[in-house]
Design a binder for this molecule. Structure first.
Ligand SMILES: Nc1nc2c(c(=O)[nH]1)N[C@H]1C(S)=C(S)[C@@H](COP(=O)(O)O)O[C@H]1N2
Ligand SMILES: [Mo]
Length: 199
């Protein structure tokens, strides 16, 4: 080994950026979908939030666009071990979306056009940690990545970020989604490497 020159070991990264255990960094944006890409028209797009009492709140595309828009830049961590740093999005915080939704639920089951589902604690959708995003890197979100709109929950493994988001069911009890029923971890924290049940 020669002398160590700070900054010359791998490409420079913003301070504070770190890689969860067992992950590698990619510059690509891989596509991972359990089925075909549904084509969803913004003219008919709808998002429903259904509470534990059955109360339903619905947003059209125009409704979504009228809400406060945020521009999070976040790191993505997929359970298949790739991570992507510094992705830039535009969309609506779940805090904004759920502000007027009365619920005593602790859990959410997110549904997508095409039938995909994923579950997470409601607290993980709140507190500035989750968005419904429609723009990636300054352009409309491509259908393969979940356009016209997907959930973005970057502090959990990316399978929790449902593409083509269609509904959020608020529930008193936890209920496993698609991958969770197939053995993926119920919570999926990349920093604790919660990939599969039992991790
Ligand atoms: N509706 C839907 N959302 C989904 C999936 C899916 O198959 N269907 N795959 C999940 C998985 S496993 C991952 S890793 C990410 C991949 O997102 P990307 O294709 O934009 O990289 O989407 C998640 N959201
Ligand atoms: Mo994934």
């Amino acid at each position: 080994m020669g002398s160590l020159t700070p900054g010359f070991h791998g490409r420079p990264r913003p301070q504070g950026v770190a890689l969860p255990p067992g992950q590698y960094v990619t510059e690509d944006f891989p596509v991972l979908s359990a089925g075909p890409t549904p084509r969803v028209d913004t003219a008919t797009w709808q998002l429903d939030v259904v509470t534990e009492t059955g109360a339903t709140h619905s947003w059209s595309w125009a409704d979504l666009m009228r809400l406060d828009q945020e521009e999070p830049t976040v790191d993505l961590h997929c359970v298949t071990r790739w991570s992507k740093f510094g992705t830039s999005w535009r969309g609506v915080s779940l805090d904004t979306l759920l502000a007027d939704v009365a619920s005593a639920a602790d859990f959410a089951l997110v549904g997508a056009y095409g039938g995909y589902t994923t579950n997470l604690p409601l607290a993980d959708l709140l507190g500035g940690k989750a968005w419904i995003v429609h723009t990636y890197d300054g352009a409309p979100l491509h259908p393969v990545h979940g356009g016209p709109a997907r959930l973005l929950v970057p502090h959990l493994y990316l399978w929790k970020s449902a593409k083509w988001v269609r509904s959020i069911r608020l529930m008193v009890q936890d209920s496993p989604g698609f991958w969770e029923q197939l053995g993926y971890h119920d919570y999926g924290d990349p920093w604790r490497e919660q990939r599969y049940q039992g991790d």
